[in-house]
Ligand binder design. Structure first.
Ligand SMILES: Nc1ncnc2c1ncn2[C@@H]1O[C@H](COP(=O)(O)OP(=O)(O)OP(=O)(O)O)[C@@H](O)[C@H]1O
Ligand SMILES: [Mg+2]
Length: 456
């Protein structure tokens, strides 16, 4: 008897599968009508239960966590039985991770109980109006196994799927500038391949260790944040002159924690509503970055735009001229964005308390004293990190990385290092400038020559 039902369910699943393929060519209204009738008929006669896991949860803003977990789980079990796959680049940046393509079917077994999964695509949104096409997974199982499947198997699938996803994940760098991604997300991403690490960062070792400990403690504090009733988030403010390694530090943080980066360009955000949507769409285990916050937003009331532009031009003349010009342009462009300081604060506090987990937000600025205190108070920006001019310890890191030399390698180097040590205590030079001078430009640029050049 069971065998008959299993066959019937299997053939109905086949029918639904064929229907899913054909339905693409049928007008929306007719398709919607037929689907309603079919579903009604189907549910009257067969003892099988179906659970659909849509790509987006009810609010349509965020890709459902359950969907992505199921996708990862099914990619691990479908590799032998399915025939058509979607390929995505793996975490190592070389291998391709496969997941079931739409209209594929796969069978799974849990404690001797069979279930069937299909991957589908629908144009039907929750209302009766045609919406964007969305992917979904549907599981079918016998109703006598309802408790086992809904209470144990689905939990097992989500847990396994999340673990697989973390292992396979290619970390990404997302931006809100330019074209929207194909899934209707407001972010578009590319693989994150920045090579910066804390080992390559020129900074005093104590300070570096303190930041690394802080980050590690944060990422291991899930239970702590839950106990104290605070959202699992942390804010960092990186401030200092151009070329002191603020952006490099963000890449090092992301590489250290294995997080994604969401690089939020505030001047490209239309208004506060759009900002909130963008923040809601960020995923957990990520760093949300707002660079040059001082020139992204009208932070200090009626500060004159022209004054800012000339300030940034001056800033450019201090180091990298292009940078100053970029910031001046950014200040000039800012007029097109209606994001306000209070909008930003509300959005940050909103995501802090309402959605997701394990997020770090980083602001960078050259002019910390220009920022509104409300923006950088503790609780919003929990840790303030000053990025300063190159110290002797910082120089030693750069010399080791760029020239492969250390102070004690030989007496000549020791002499040069002593001179550089003395000079660095008198002269302000950014790590970016030191790095540029130490970079060998031809094979004649030996370590010795590069160090002499730095002294000059
Ligand atoms: N502390 C540092 N350690 C190692 N490299 C550094 C450091 N600071 C700067 N550099 C080098 O200088 C370049 C510019 O640095 P970076 O973009 O991180 O500076 P920034 O502080 O973000 O500047 P800005 O304020 O202009 O955005 C980097 O590509 C890196 O090679
Ligand atoms: Mg920067």
């Amino acid at each position: 008897m069971l065998g008959i039902w299993a066959k019937l369910a299997s053939s109905l699943a086949s029918f639904m599968f064929v229907w899913a393929m054909l339905s693409q060519f049928i007008p929306y209204e007719l398709r919607s009508f037929i689907e309603k009738r079919l579903t009604h008929f189907y549910s009257q006669f067969h003892p099988y239960i179906e659970v659909t896991i849509p790509e987006h949860s009810g609010d349509h803003l965020k890709r459902s966590e359950a969907y992505t977990a199921v996708q990862s789980y099914l990619s691990s079990i479908s590799s032998k039985s399915a025939k058509r796959f979607l390929g995505e680049i793996g975490r190592d940046g070389k291998s391709v991770v496969l997941s079931m393509d739409k209209h594929e079917r796969v069978e799974d077994e849990f404690r001797g109980v069979k279930v069937w999964w299909i991957c589908g695509k629908t144009a039907t949104s929750s209302s009766d109006k045609p919406g964007p096409e969305l992917m979904f997974y549907k599981i079918t199982f016998h109703q006598k196994n309802r408790d086992l499947i809904t209470e144990e198997y689905l939990k097992y699938v989500v847990k396994q799927g999340k673990a697989i996803k973390i292992n396979n994940r290619q970390r990404r760098l997302y931006t809100n500038v330019g074209r929207y991604s194909t899934y209707g997300s407001m972010w578009s991403g590319i693989p994150l391949e920045h090579p910066a690490t804390f080992d390559t960062l020129a900074m005093e070792s104590d300070k570096k260790k303190e930041i690394m400990d802080d980050l590690r403690k944060f990422s291991n504090s899930k239970d702590f944040y839950k106990r104290i009733g605070k959202a699992w988030k942390r804010g960092y403010l990186l401030y200092g002159p151009p070329g002191t390694g603020k952006s490099t530090m963000i890449a090092a943080m992301a590489n250290y924690l294995q997080y994604d980066i969401f690089d939020l360009e505030l001047t490209a955000v239309k208004d506060n509503t759009e900002l909130r949507r963008l923040l809601i769409e960020t995923t957990s285990k990520s760093i949300i970055v707002i660079e040059d916050i001082d020139c992204s937003l009208q932070l200090t009331g009626q500060r004159k735009k022209s004054k800012e532009i000339s300030e940034y031009n001056e800033l450019g003349s201090e180091g990298d001229g292009k940078k100053g010009a970029d910031k001046a342009a950014k200040a000039a462009e800012r007029g097109s964005s209606n994001v306000t300081l209070s909008g930003l604060l509300n959005s940050i506090d909103g995501i802090w308390s309402s959605c997701g987990k394990e997020r770090i937000i980083v602001f960078t600025t050259n002019l910390v004293e220009e920022l509104d205190p409300a923006l950088i108070r503790r609780g919003r920006m929990d840790k303030h990190i000053q990025m300063s001019h190159c110290s002797f310890q910082g120089f030693k890191v750069l010399a080791k990385n760029y020239l492969l030399v250390e102070e004690n390698d030989n007496e000549d180097y020791q002499g040069l290092f002593d001179v550089i040590n003395k000079l660095l205590s008198q002269v302000k030079i950014t790590p970016a400038d030191v790095a540029e001078i130490l970079m060998p430009k031809s094979c004649e640029d030996t370590a010795d020559k590069c160090l002499q050049k730095l002294i000059r």
